[in-house]
Each structure stands twice: as C-alpha cells, then as structure tokens.
Design a protein around this ligand. Sequence first.
Ligand code: SF4
Ligand code: SF4
Length: 364
Amino acid sequence: MEYRINQRTGDRISVIGIGSGYITEAPEEEAAEALELAYENGVNYVDTVASSAEGYALYGKAFEKVRDKMIYQVHFGAEYSTGKYGWTTDAETIKKSVDWQLGQLRTDYIDYGFIHCLDESSDWNAYRENGALDHLLHMKDEGVVRHIGISSHTPELVNLALDTGMVDMVMFSINPAYDYQKGDYANGSSDERMKMYRRCQKEGVGISVMKPFSGGQLLDAKASPFGNALTQYQCIQYALDKPGVLTVVPGVSSLENMKKLLGFFDASPEERDYSVIGTFTPKNAVGNCVYCNHCHPCPAGLDIALINKYYDLAKMGDALAADHYDNLEKHASDCVQCGHCNDRCPFKVDQMKRMEEIAAYFKK
Ligand code: SF4
Ligand code: SF4
C-alpha cells in the first residue's frame, strides 16, 4: 500500500480507499471478506455513504476491533429513515442520522465529519442558516468529530467552503470526463477545476476522489463520452496525479472488485499510463501539463511532471512547493532543450518553452 499525508491533520491515508455506494450489493459474507482483504492490504480509508442502511453495519462488524487503524469519512446530510440513502440539509434529521450512523459503525468518534454533497450556493446557505453546520462544529468542539470535510461536485462551492478555513478534506468527483466537461458532474471548466485542486494542495487540504470511473461510464467504450474505454488503473492513476489528491475511493460491490482494485499496485507503468486521453483533450485544455509523466524519461534527468507541478503551485503562492522545487536534484535550468518531451507529450505542451519560463521564475 502507498500512503499520503494530509498536511493539515497529519493523517496517513492509503491512496486507495473504500467507497460504499455499492457495498450492499454483495452478499453479507462476501462483503465482509472484501473488507477484510482491504484491511489486510493496508487500506485504511473509508467513505461511509452507502446506498442503503445495511452498509454501515458491515463496517461496524468488520472494523470494530481495528477502529483506531481506520479513518472514516462520515457525512452530515446522508440519512436512512426509509432504509435507503436520502439527502438532507435539515439539522434535526442530520443529528438523528449521525447518531444512528455512529451506532451502526460501532464507534464513538468520527475522523472526518463531512458537510454532505452541496453543489449549489443555496444549499450552502441553507446548511449554514438552519443549524446543520453548527451541529457539525459543535460535535467537533465535543471531540466526537476530529476534522471537517466537504463533499461536492462543484469547484465554486468547494472554494466557498475553503474560504472559511475550517475544511481539512474535500471529497470531489475527479475523472478525465468531468475534467473535460463531459458527463453529469462536469461542473466548472478544466481550468477552474485544476485551480481548485491546486488550491487544496497549497492549503494542505486533502482530496478524496469519488466517481473516478464516472459511474463506470469510462470503463465501457459504448458509454464513454470519449467513445473509448479506459481501464480502472488508468483512471485511478489519473486521479492520483492531480494536485491535492490523497486517496481514490471507488465503490466496491464484490470481493472480485476489491481484488481488482488492489491489483493497481502490481500494475505496470504502461497499464497505468492514461496518456491516450491526450487524443480527447478539448481545445481549451490543450497545452496544459497534467503531470502524467508520459514524456519521461528526460535525457538530462529532469523530473518534468514534478517540476511543472511545483511551478504551478508556487505561482499560486505555495511556499512549500517552491521549497520542494529548490530541493530537487535537477532544475529547469538543467534542461538541454533536446525536444524529447515535446515530441512525447500527448497534451501538446510546449515543454521546452515551459522549462525556460520555469528556470526564469525560480532563477535556477
Ligand atoms: S509535459 Fe505532457 S507528457 Fe509531460 S507530464 Fe506534462 S502533460 Fe504529461
Ligand atoms: S527538452 Fe529539456 S525537459 Fe524536455 S526532455 Fe529535453 S532536456 Fe528534458
């Protein structure tokens, strides 16, 4: 397992976590086996929102004894009074639901208490005005909630929440389709979305990724908005390469599913390489580095993707990124302008020019 650290909380989070949307589709015994396998392989992060109420008890049973090793995202706004998932911003309903969720999860604390699934500013206003947010913050004061998160599909809404300074974790829908304005949750331009990811990284806020396969559409050539299928591993790598991302939490519906996800760590760089999406890139996103590494290796030994990531972050005022750049072994000024990266880049980035720009910016 690989882990990444949430800079604001210090939590060490597995890069693959568990999404709960489909967990109740598996027979109970099989779901338990899948969760055990995940734990044995170092998965420690769970987004608990299930499509039906039974999902929570599965985690309670599976992880009660190792609760201190697990990190739960619990959503203040998911409710199960009908037995099925429901969405609410009503404070009293949220209160009852969270108490119930804690009972089912067999725990008395929540690692990340999430403001749940807000996409419109009117929802954000309602959440703050009707006492839902106060309840979440009160539970944090009481020590039941350790940290605050927000889940959303809209960069603008995430930015509003980040402005408050209270958010430690963002759950966001990231995949090549949404980033390229295709699909139900393709909110915001490529640029706005990438800016928000960079802002999270700059502010030390982690991102957990939902819908990495666009609800499965990207895995099926007929359903994919690109007319081509991508693999799970390409989509996971794509999400993990975005700034700020700590973990990807795909929905798990069977033991087979879990085994397949864990296979990501045995996959070759070629199996994870998603540069084929360079052929689908919309005009307004052509020429932007997506940090995919496809242009590597650089004959002069530059880590081209990382140099670009640090540069983009430093330009936003991320002092840590500037420091990381400083500590790199090779800098943009070491570029020998061989052109190999320009020829290899599927996203048509003029990297030779960029290296000059980056060297001028950092003066090295
Ligand atoms: S220059 Fe192109 S190939 Fe290289 S990391 Fe950036 S997007 Fe990927
Ligand atoms: S142009 Fe510069 S950065 Fe690109 S491959 Fe050549 S030496 Fe490396």
